[in-house]
Design a protein around this ligand. Sequence first.
Ligand SMILES: [Zn+2]
Length: 382
Amino acid sequence: MTKDQKICSRCVLPGSFPGITFDDEGVCSACRDYEERWRGWEEGLPERRKALDRLVADAKAKKRAFDALVPLSGGKDSIYVLYLAVKELGLKCLAFTMDNGYLSDLAKENIRRACRTLGVEHVTYSWDPELMNRLFALFMRKTGYFCSICMRGISAATERVARMYNVPLVLGGSSARTEVVLSREMFQSGPVPYVKKVLAGEPLEKEARRLLYQGGPSRQVGYRLFWWSGRKRIWTCAWLDLPDYMEWNYDTLYKVIKDELGWEAPPDSQEHTDCGIHPVSVYLHNRRFSGLEIKRLTYARLIMAGQMSREEALERLEKEPPEECPESVMNMFLENMGMDRAEFDRYVDMGPRFLEYQPRPNPLFLAARGVKRGLKKVLGKK
Ligand SMILES: [Zn+2]
């Protein structure tokens, strides 16, 4: 058996996954890395919960109109974050949703139901759909990937709303423990230096500048202080992901949001009810990384997290139909971008080119990190 045909004896990742290796027991490097990174996580939960409670107390002590801002995509994780923030942490929450022009009706309905049930106020921040479509096309043409600009839009809109309402705490639902396994060739988020580099010299550069908003100096300093304190106290503001602090079991999660908040999954899957063009990004990934379909990568992570058995994953991969992007969705998106199918597929087949636009690390940041590590060593902390 060649390395490419091999499948991990513990999860379902194949040898064609970029950079993967297998040990003597046939266990893949992603499984081993996961084990290493999250070892002792369960045992550390009470300690992390204590840390979370202190941060929550810091946010409440500011006595603002809202303690926390919860960005809602309409998907399962963000809705569950809102539920926990209100019901378990007792935070006065403001919910907000960014509309990239493709927010699905089902997502809107799920958001409306959840906010109404929990008695939470909600605002929508909509970018100009025309601008977003031109940016999607630009990013596709230059980098072979269009999701980054939406990620940037979410961050910029979150900061605008947080600043507007003077909210100290932002609560996210991203979890490295349970999210799909991806290599750096597969996903590029939207940090400002990267987006700036892609936009440089483009006619859209000036117009797109508002997507580079990072919350103004006081919030930026606040976030840095929070990180530099080891995420222990909030001075002005903080951004944290709840799955880093709380149990994130999908059986529980689905049950809670369905039973208590009337959350509805789309008929064909339980993933991504939120973004109307998500099927296009799945098409892009699956065409580019044949044998490494999104579904397989998602199941691999759930196995690592102990939330699915390998047998169940293999059975599902065998039985379930492949993920498809409806022609109507693809055509609508292509028309909005002003791109034809052949051109789009050409960019997909050229592979990811976002690696060419990676910014060089800021020398000041590297120096500061070096000093911090040196100090920790001297002071004898781990
Ligand atoms: Zn594995």
